[in-house]
Design a protein around this ligand. Structure first.
Ligand SMILES: [Zn+2]
Ligand SMILES: [Zn+2]
Length: 404
């Protein structure tokens, strides 16, 4: 699946820059030295460009209630738009998000109930691996992002994902993704544009989501070139997460669980119904599971890859129940027998589930540091300068207050 060997050679030859993307963070990070998993002679020196951060304009109105109706149980799949030449295409339909009724996990470990109406707002940013925490390379957060609260936000430290507003619109994109195994590497090339429709960005003033999050960024194509270990190995020590954590099979990036302010990005930023939004250089990304992957199959299925090469699987166990953090270790994964490259293999893998830190809590293997800033350890500072096509200079992420 998703193997397009014929395209890889020309795609690699055409790449002249590695697009460096990091999470919704802007402060300098203190990272360990990057693991230089080589791009061989195909890769020039990395270029760092703008990081995802945007400020919430002051004085945003507080809405009493989001105007969204609660998602119905069966609203169907998001509309599947075909690739559109020349960029985005506005569709007439709205994406919709729907959730199956929460079911108990089968309890691969100790089990647990995941209640989408009362998810814990993640605050556990830790400096060593801890279950339910994000082992973040960055420990000081000074950036912007949205810190919206509304009716979905509860006073007891939980939130109701099912009533959280989502960004309106249904925009299709000329998605590209190629995954090939080349020797010991799994090589990803593409443009970060997802194979599903997205919401309309920048968030429109007429969108109810605008009351909470005025993300001013537009989605734009990125130059994806990732070389991850095809046969990843467990490292002696877990490693911290810095910004980007992987890529989903939709073709779009996955960032870690927090925004530029160190807040739970799933709970406090407004994404589209597929769980994605763009950062300041236009890179569309998720912070957690996307119900638009794999048709949201209720199986223990591969939905992406982490930067250490291990797989990211969806939120379901083999019986269709939600996996909770109690089923997972401190890096948000576990060692189980899964379908791996077409064979039943006992291998470590992560799960994207509905509990903070949502995807990768720490890396079990040696991650490819894509935000390495030229190998200097992953500085997450705002830097101007383009990356690949569509990359925009940094610093253009201030939305500014809207007219009253
Ligand atoms: Zn984000
Ligand atoms: Zn698993």
């Amino acid at each position: 699946m998703l193997f397009h060997r014929t395209r890889i050679a020309s795609a690699l030859a055409a790449v002249t820059t590695i697009v460096i993307v990091t999470g919704c963070q802007s402060a300098a990070a203190t990272n360990p030295p990057p693991a230089n998993i080589g791009a061989g002679n195909l890769a020039p020196a990395p270029v760092t460009f703008a990081l995802p951060t945007y400020a919430q304009p002051p004085g945003q109105p507080q809405a009493s209630q989001p105007t969204y109706p609660p998602p119905a149980g069966q609203q169907g799949q998001p509309p599947q738009g075909g690739p559109q030449q020349g960029g985005q295409q506005q569709g007439g339909q709205q994406l919709s998000r729907s959730y199956p009724a929460p079911t108990p996990s089968s309890g691969l470990a100790s089990g647990g109930m995941v209640d989408l109406h009362n998810l814990t707002i993640g605050t556990k940013i830790v400096t060593s691996p801890e279950r339910g925490g994000l082992y973040s390379c960055q420990t000081t957060f000074t950036g912007g992002g949205a810190s919206a609260t509304g009716a979905w936000y509860h006073n007891d430290g939980t939130y109701d994902l099912t009533i959280k507003p989502t960004v309106d619109g249904s925009v299709s994109w000329p998605h590209e993704l190629s995954i090939t195994v080349n020797g010991s590497s799994r090589v990803f090339t593409g443009n970060d544009l997802p194979d599903h429709n997205t919401g309309t960005y920048p968030i429109s003033r007429s969108d109810d989501a605008y009351q909470y999050d005025r993300n001013p960024n537009s989605i734009s194509a990125q130059t994806v070139l990732l070389e991850l270990p095809a046969n990843p190995q467990i490292a002696p020590q877990p490693q911290c997460s810095a910004g980007m954590t992987g890529i989903f099979l939709t073709g779009a990036y996955v960032f870690n669980a927090v925004d530029a302010g160190g807040r739970d990005a799933v709970a406090t930023e407004i994404q589209d119904p597929c769980g994605g939004h763009p950062q300041s250089s236009g890179a569309y990304h998720y912070h957690g599971y996307s119900p638009c992957v794999n048709g949201d199959a209720k199986t223990h299925a591969l939905i992406g890859y982490a930067l250490d090469g291990f797989g990211i699987y969806g939120p379901y166990d083999a019986n269709g129940g939600y996996l909770s953090n109690a089923d997972l270790d401190e890096c948000h994964g576990h060692l189980r027998t899964v379908d791996w490259d077409g064979a039943q293999t006992e291998i470590y893998h992560y799960h994207a589930n509905y509990e903070f830190p949502y995807t990768v809590g720490c890396f079990r293997g040696a991650p490819t540091r894509v935000n390495g800033g030229g190998g200097q350890g992953g500085q997450q500072s705002e830097q101007p300068g383009g990356g690949g096509p569509g990359g925009q200079p940094g610093g253009g992420d201030q939305g500014g207050p809207p007219p009253p």
